[in-house]
Design a protein around this ligand. Structure first.
Ligand SMILES: [Zn+2]
Length: 461
C-alpha cells in the first residue's frame, strides 16, 4: 500500500477536562485513543504535534467576538448570570460551563487549524485531530456538546490555499453547524450522512440543499435506525464518488463521529469498526489531501478502538496490526475479548425494510446530477474580497475587513511551500508582514527520513 505523510495532533491535557459527572461526552476518550495508538507503535510512523492553542482572535474568524469573550470568561459559578446583549450562550444541560471549557475548545480548534496548515503547506497528505470534529457549534451559540466549531475554523484555513473543500460527516447526528456556516457558499460542499427523525438536532433533510450561490452544495443523506455496513456503503460510495467527479475538491475534511457505531450510548446505527473505517479507506484511496477529525462517540472503548484503527488506515498499516489489543493503561476496559473490533448487533435495518435506502440514494444522486462541474475553478471565481467576507463572516466596513484579513493572516501558514501553493489572487491579498506573524506549531516528533522543517523543541508526549 502506498505511503502517506501523516500528521497527528494531540495535546496531553485534553483528556483531563470533564463536562461533569454523568455527562455522556467524555474528553477522556481522546486519551484512551492516544494510549492505544501509542501501544500499537504508530507514533513512530507519523509526525506527532502538540497543537498551538487557538486564540480568541482566531476563533473570531467564525464566531462572534461576544460569544468567544463569554467562553473565555465563563466559570461554573458565573454561567447562569452571564449574558451578553440579553443573550445566554449556554442553554440547557448539554453544554455546561465546565472548568476550563475555553482551554478545551482552544485545544480542539488549535488541532484542526494546525491540521489544515500542515495539509495546506504540503507537509502532510493526511492530518488527524481526534479532539476535533465538534460539528454542532454555531457562530454565536453552543449546541450539542460543541462550543467552538473547530471544523469551520479548519476549513476557513484550507480556503486560503485551496479553491474547493469537501466536508463529509459520518457522525450519527446531522453536521448542522458546518452546513450552516457554508450554506450559501459553493467553495465548500458539505455532505452529511446521519440519522433523521425524532433525533437531535432535527435538521438535515434532502430538501436542504444550500442557498444562493451555495444551492446544490449542501448534500444531506438522512437514514433511519439500524443501518448496517453494507447499507451504509451502498449509499456512501456512489454519492461520494459522484461528488468527487462533479465538485473535484482540492482537499477533503472527514468528520469521523463514532456515535454511528453499533452499541453507541446515544447513537442508533449498526456500523462495525470496519464499516465505519471503510469511509477513511475510501477517501485515502482518492489521493486528495485529507483531514480526519473526531466528533461524537459515547461508548468510549469503541470510540478508542475505531479511531485507533482509522489512524492505522491513514498510515496504510491496517492489515498489518494485531487484532489482539496490545497491553495499555486501559487494557481491562476492553474485555472480555480484548480485540480491536466493534461487532454489529441484531438491530433491524429499517432503511432496507421500508425501502427508504434506495430512495435516499437516488435523490442524492439526482441532486448532484444538476450541479455544474467544478465551480470556482476559473481564476475569476476566486474571491477578490477577503476569505471571511466572501464567506459572509466579516463585517462590511473596510476597516473590519482589514481586521479580519489580519486575523486570518495570523493563522495562515508561514512556510514558503504554503505561500507557493496559494493561488495568485488570494496571495495578493496577504501582505508579507501579516503572514509572518504566526507562531509555528511545535513539532514533538519527527518520523524517519523526514527533514525537520519545523523547530523541534524536545518536548515529549
Ligand atoms: Zn453525534
Amino acid at each position: 500500500m502506498s505511503k502517506r505523510k501523516v500528521a497527528y495532533f494531540y495535546d496531553t491535557d485534553v483528556g483531563a477536562y470533564t463536562y461533569g459527572l454523568g455527562h455522556p461526552m467524555k474528553p477522556h476518550r481522546i486519551r484512551v485513543t492516544h494510549d492505544l495508538v501509542t501501544a500499537y507503535g504508530m507514533l513512530d510512523k507519523m509526525h506527532v504535534f502538540r497543537p498551538k492553542r487557538a486564540s480568541p482572535e482566531v476563533m473570531s474568524s467564525f464566531h462572534t467576538d461576544e460569544y468567544v469573550h463569554f467562553l473565555q470568561s465563563v466559570t461554573p459559578e458565573t454561567a447562569e448570570k452571564m449574558t451578553f446583549s440579553g443573550t445566554r450562550f449556554l442553554v440547557g444541560e448539554d453544554n455546561p460551563a465546565f472548568e476550563g471549557v475555553f482551554e478545551f475548545c482552544s485545544i480542539s480548534a488549535g488541532g484542526s487549524i494546525g491540521a489544515a496548515q500542515r495539509i495546506a503547506s504540503g507537509a502532510a497528505d493526511i492530518a488527524i485531530n481526534w479532539a476535533g470534529g465538534l460539528h454542532h457549534a454555531k457562530k454565536r451559540e453552543a449546541s450539542g456538546f460543541c462550543y467552538i466549531n473547530d471544523i469551520v475554523l479548519g476549513i476557513i484555513e484550507l480556503l486560503r490555499t485551496y479553491p474547493r473543500v469537501l466536508y463529509i460527516d459520518i457522525d450519527c447526528h446531522h453536521g448542522d453547524g458546518v452546513e450552516e456556516a457554508f450554506y450559501t457558499n459553493d467553495r465548500v460542499m458539505t455532505c452529511s450522512f446521519h440519522k433523521f427523525g425524532e433525533y437531535f438536532p432535527g435538521t438535515g433533510t434532502q430538501e436542504d440543499k444550500g442557498r444562493g450561490r451555495g444551492k446544490g452544495y449542501a448534500v444531506n443523506v438522512p437514514f433511519k435506525d439500524g443501518i448496517t455496513d453494507e447499507s451504509f456503503r451502498s449509499v456512501f460510495e456512489p454519492v461520494v464518488s459522484r461528488i468527487l467527479e462533479v465538485f473535484r475538491p482540492s482537499a477533503v475534511v472527514l468528520q469521523c463521529g463514532a456515535d454511528s457505531l453499533a452499541g453507541d450510548k446515544l447513537g442508533c446505527f449498526n456500523l462495525t469498526m470496519h464499516g465505519h473505517s471503510h469511509c477513511v479507506q475510501f477517501l485515502r484511496k482518492q489521493n486528495i489531501p485529507l483531514i480526519l477529525l473526531g466528533g461524537g462517540g459515547y461508548t468510549v472503548k469503541n470510540v478508542a478502538r475505531t479511531w485507533t484503527y482509522e489512524t492505522a488506515c491513514a498510515l496504510g498499516i491496517e492489515n498489518e496490526i494485531d487484532p489482539h489489543l496490545p497491553w495499555n493503561d486501559y487494557f481491562e476496559w476492553f474485555g472480555p475479548r480484548y480485540r480491536l473490533e466493534v461487532p454489529e448487533n441484531n438491530m433491524e435495518d429499517v432503511n432496507v425494510k421500508d425501502g427508504s435506502l434506495n430512495i435516499v440514494r437516488e435523490k442524492a444522486l439526482e441532486q448532484l446530477q444538476q450541479l455544474d462541474c467544478a465551480p470556482s475553478v476559473q481564476m475569476q471565481d476566486v474571491p477578490r474580497e477577503s476569505v471571511g467576507k466572501h464567506l459572509g463572516f466579516g463585517k462590511d466596513e473596510l476597516k473590519a475587513r482589514d481586521d479580519l484579513d489580519k486575523k486570518l493572516a495570523l493563522i495562515s501558514e508561514r512556510e514558503p511551500l504554503a505561500a507557493r501553493a496559494v493561488p495568485l489572487v488570494i496571495r495578493l491579498r496577504l501582505p508579507r508582514r501579516q503572514r509572518a506573524v504566526r507562531q509555528p506549531t511545535t513539532a514533538l516528533h519527527l518520523g524517519e527520513g523526514e527533514e525537520a522543517d519545523e523547530p523541534a523543541d524536545g518536548a515529549v508526549l
